[in-house]
Design a protein around this ligand. Sequence first.
Ligand code: ATP
Length: 342
Amino acid sequence: MRVLGIEGTAWCASAALHDTEADSTVIESDPYEPDSGGIHPREAAEHMSEAIPEVVGTVLDAAEAEYGPDAIDAVAFSRGPGLGPCLRTVGTAARSLAGALDVPLVGVNHMVAHLEIGRHESGFSNPVCLNASGANAHLLGYHDGRYRVLGETMDAGVGNAIDKFTRHVGWNHPGGPKVEAAAAEVSGDGRGPEAADLLELPYVVKGMDFSFSGISSAANDAYDDSEPVEEICFSLQEHVFGMLTEVSERALSLTGADELVLGGGVGQNDRLREMLAEMCSARGAAFHAPDPRYLRDNAGMIAVLGARMAAAGDTLEIRESRIDPNFRPDQVPVTWRDDESS
Ligand code: ATP
């Protein structure tokens, strides 16, 4: 089966073709990069309406050149969560394309796609998933036909919390890679992170939930108090990723799972991956972080999960295909897993 996936929940206009037989995925992306500040919803929506036809056209032309006029068996799109105006462009494009090609339409939950791409790549059967993305942060575990939210942020998404600090400092979006580079100047001097100085910042974990709003403000205050920015970046990472690692370990412990997958754009951070890998290794669990092209927003993960859903007959009629900016992962009946894991 060959599925064309379309992604556009916020900043990344992307289209992909996933071929299940070859297990190959081609991804075409056009990111929105604000000149200054964070993601501006109106600009993001304008970008989406210009870039989606381009990326879809490129993938469609390549697919038809390689496979002929019947190249596409289904069209999958991200239904949410995300910015409403961006999602509406994606939904309209997907409905039109599925109609024009006369193929089934598949509506994919973007956060479940962040999880499933890790399961697909790793071959893990029943992992706990840590989704560490821009607008979200949560732990998911499969139970009784759904991915249950085991724990989540009580306020900001993890990437957004980091980006809030970098906006204060005046760095361009996205802030995460800049914080990683600045932190490495403190910890990368051969002594390792354990020996570097750590500023005290709020560390808020309640069971398997956690909070980032206080830490962004405290990091901003430390910057205003003339603390060296590299030390703030280092300390911000150690605290934020320490919280994520603690709740991930608790989720593994309480569910009895022995596999962890990472998802989301913040998952590109080497320090976060290192902490999670160390924690998993210490408790004898397997850990998988997908390839970076599958961690940041991308249509490859939409096409891969779309193919599994289409194979399970989990397709949408046009009249029930509206987008949902607040689409939670636990609202999705998991139709494509045939295992009995609970
Ligand atoms: P969501 O998937 O929840 O809709 P999103 O659309 O914002 O979130 P993602 O692509 O998952 O998008 O993640 C983008 C976030 O990842 C940004 O906040 C960015 O700063 C962060 N990020 C990217 N690279 C790194 C890195 N190396 N270290 C830390 N954060 C990073």
